[in-house]
Design a protein around this ligand. Structure first.
Ligand code: BGC
Length: 248
């Protein structure tokens, strides 16, 4: 099935058509900047532009950087808080005329990674950590997702973990790989003491530079980089939409 996958992030909104059987993009990626402030009306308009760019009328899967329950946006750590309580699926369906499924962005990326990437055929407890503007997490148990985990917000040294160890913090504060790597190690070790994963997969753009910081992580469970890289969010959103459509 072909589905338009869209990944809404703090800085960019990206979309591409996805073949949900193979997990491959069937078009180039199209990216627009996330409007600032990222209020619902403007973000919805931007998504509608992406849909129009592909001249698309079929189903759309959309990853959103928030807890999403029944289509409703429930948290807003890195997006305008005007989104709180808004039904993202309805808003996007009204603007595009397409069937839209909205899920958490880290869950979306993890779904793709588990199906086609580093998590393929992995049983047990898998923790996926997406490093970007925030820290997104996804937890799988024997291939099944526990949706909407927000473990990037656990408190470490009295601070929201993502404010210490997200990729954007490394960049903004000019932290060395070692310094940032040690913060990440502390984060992952804390996660291990809480949920005892069998495998940890690190995603987000920075995962392709894993040679620079993996040596500082020293966790009990093996840590591997995501294989799908930046496209995971788009692909996973499309996979989630396909699954929902098949179930309905
Ligand atoms: C949000 C999560 C999101 C993550 C990555 C966090 O700040 O709370 O819902 O998955 O950022 O975008």
């Amino acid at each position: 099935m072909e589905i338009l996958g869209i990944d809404i992030g703090g800085t960019g909104i990206k979309g591409a058509l996805v073949d949900t059987e193979t997990g491959q993009l069937t078009t180039e990626r199209y990216r627009l900047r996330t409007p600032q402030p990222s209020k619902p009306k403007k973000v919805v308009k931007t998504v509608a532009k992406i849909v129009k760019h592909f001249d698309w009328q079929g189903p759309v899967g959309c990853g959103f950087p928030s807890v999403v329950k029944g289509g409703v946006i429930r948290t807003a750590a890195n997006i305008s808080n005007k989104w709180l309580g808004v039904n993202g699926e309805e808003a996007l369906e009204d603007a595009t005329g397409c069937d839209v499924v909205v899920i958490n962005d880290a869950d979306a990326a993890a779904i793709a990674e588990m199906r086609f990437g580093a998590g393929r055929d992995q049983d047990g407890v898998v923790l996926l950590v997406t490093l970007g503007t925030g820290i997104g997490t996804a937890v799988f148990v024997n291939g099944n997702l526990l949706p909407n985990t927000e473990l990037g917000h656990i408190e470490i040294k009295g601070k929201d973990a993502e404010k210490r160890a997200a990729e954007i913090v490394r960049k903004k504060k000019g932290l060395s790989w070692k310094k940032w790597g040690k913060r990440l190690k502390k984060y992952l070790r804390t996660m291990e003491s809480l949920i005892w994963p069998d495998l940890i997969i690190i995603g987000g753009g920075v995962s392709k530079k894993h040679n620079k910081f993996f040596r500082y992580l020293k966790t009990e469970a093996p840590v591997v980089p995501a294989q799908m890289r930046n496209e995971a969010g788009i692909i996973g959103a499309a996979l989630a939409a396909a699954e929902r459509l098949e179930a309905d």
